[in-house]
Design a protein around this ligand. Structure first.
Ligand SMILES: [Zn+2]
Length: 107
């Protein structure tokens, strides 16, 4: 799986990247599985755009360039979260960069 998909799926599922699988509830695991399928299909269909489709439509209409509307969190450290306005953070996990929103993905 592409590194950007990891950040985007965890964000869509509301799961903090430092969470361990065994710490997740059944509903969190189900949501993670659902979002994994959903975001990967979306990425395939849109050639790599994983941000929410309605949000992308609005941002495009406002003239945002692809690199700025493409992702919900990936590569957006220091920028406001599209959902809550909190700042997107970046951490290195297992040697790969991961982006997340601390309020939308509580630890
Ligand atoms: Zn947020």
């Amino acid at each position: 799986m592409g590194n950007y998909l990891r950040s985007e799926i965890l964000f869509a599922a509301g799961v903090h990247p430092a969470r361990r699988p065994q710490s997740l509830s059944d509903s969190e695991l189900n949501e993670l599985a659902r979002q994994t399928r959903r975001i990967m299909l979306r990425s395939y269909k849109t050639r790599g755009v994983t941000n929410d489709a309605e949000r992308v439509r609005k941002l495009k209409a406002e003239g945002w360039p692809r690199e700025e509307y493409r992702f919900a969190v990936f590569g957006r450290s220091g920028q406001p979260c599209f959902e809550c306005g909190g700042l997107i953070e970046r951490e290195n996990l297992s040697g790969r960069r991961c982006y997340f929103c601390r309020s939308c993905q509580p630890l």
